[in-house]
Design a protein around this ligand. Structure first.
Ligand SMILES: NC(=O)c1ccc[n+]([C@@H]2O[C@H](COP(=O)([O-])OP(=O)(O)OC[C@H]3O[C@@H](n4cnc5c(N)ncnc54)[C@H](O)[C@@H]3O)[C@@H](O)[C@H]2O)c1
Length: 278
């Protein structure tokens, strides 16, 4: 038994593609697996336990502050808080910009604030942005709302720049996650804790599969222009997350790690930018 066995890591979206891969990569820790529905959580925990991973489940809607508070208390009871890997989110395919804003950005703000209370020396928070978050330019007119998603009119103001596309709203809120990470670094740092974000490219989880079904040609083209020569796998993300929560990443905080096989640079080339449009 090594000392990480008593360290607790929470994985939100733990029943999802990337969440489950992160759980497997972080098998040396005690894991709290959380996701929206109880059944999905039970299934994920069962799979992990079968693989001899120390996991316990807790169903929780990350947009519900009371539920997140319960998750925090539950986590605190499990042992030494090492960190949280916050993968829970939805893509623009759900078609509702307000839900995309609430789940991906307000949910992230709620999680960060709740787990700040548990953060201590050596804790790490890993947020999930996306490569598309890097395609939205800085602009104080919407950045203020993205930085303060729970403030009155934050959604309405952001929507006035986005229009009614849930895909475009996804890109904006993922910029918001980058900003939340930077904005929180100092207060986490004062506790000896770190906060980072990762920006996956195209990772073939159920989420990306759905997008691939909606835009098959675009997905094929994107795979072709990826310098790494393929789309990503959940494990490509999980291995980096494992590093980011570890002591090897002790001097990395308040920043983002792009894990995209090099495709973003290609997409930012003006002649390819139409591929980014929802
Ligand atoms: N897959 C990709 O290509 C890709 C690319 C860039 C960024 N990302 C980001 O990576 C993260 C993980 O994505 P994934 O591909 O594993 O998706 P996924 O759909 O497989 O998993 C997401 C999980 O989040 C959960 N979830 C959704 N709403 C929730 C809520 N309100 N409360 C609690 N849980 C909720 C879902 O039930 C699901 O299990 C997301 O934040 C996503 O935006 C994914």
């Amino acid at each position: 038994m090594n000392d990480t066995n008593n360290m607790v890591i929470v994985i939100t979206g733990g029943a999802g593609g990337i969440g489950m891969a992160c759980a497997k990569a972080l098998k040396q820790y005690k894991l709290v697996i959380t996701d929206y529905g109880q059944e999905a959580v039970n299934k994920a925990v069962k799979e992990l336990k079968t693989a001899k991973i120390n996991a316990i489940g807790f169903a929780c809607d990350i947009t519900d502050k009371t539920a997140v508070n319960r998750l925090k208390v539950f986590t605190g009871e499990q042992g030494h808080f090492k960190g949280i890997v916050h993968t829970a989110g939805v893509s623009g395919t759900i078609g509702n910009p307000e839900k995309v804003f609430n789940i991906n950005l307000i949910g992230t703000d709620i999680i960060v604030n709740a787990f700040y209370d548990l953060a201590q020396n050596g804790s790490a928070v890993v947020l999930f942005s996306s490569m598309v978050g890097h395609t939205i330019p800085p602009n104080p007119k919407y950045d203020e709302s993205l930085r303060n998603p729970q403030s009155a009119n934050a959604f309405k103001n952001t929507a006035s720049f986005v229009g009614d596309s849930a895909d475009t709203m996804y890109n904006f809120v993922k910029r918001g996650v980058l900003l939340l990470c930077k904005d929180n670094a100092m207060r986490f740092g004062q506790k000896g804790a770190r906060i980072v974000s990762v920006s996956p490219g195209i990772i073939m989880t159920p989420m990306a599969q759905k997008a691939a079904e909606e835009h098959p040609e675009r997905m094929k083209q994107m795979e072709k222009m990826t310098p790494a020569g393929r789309n990503g796998k959940s494990e490509d993300i999980a291995d980096v997350v494992k590093f980011l929560v570890s002591e090897d990443a002790r001097f990395i905080t308040g920043t983002d790690i792009l894990i995209d096989g090099g495709i973003l640079t290609q997409l930012m080339n003006p002649e390819n930018q139409k591929l980014l449009a929802g």
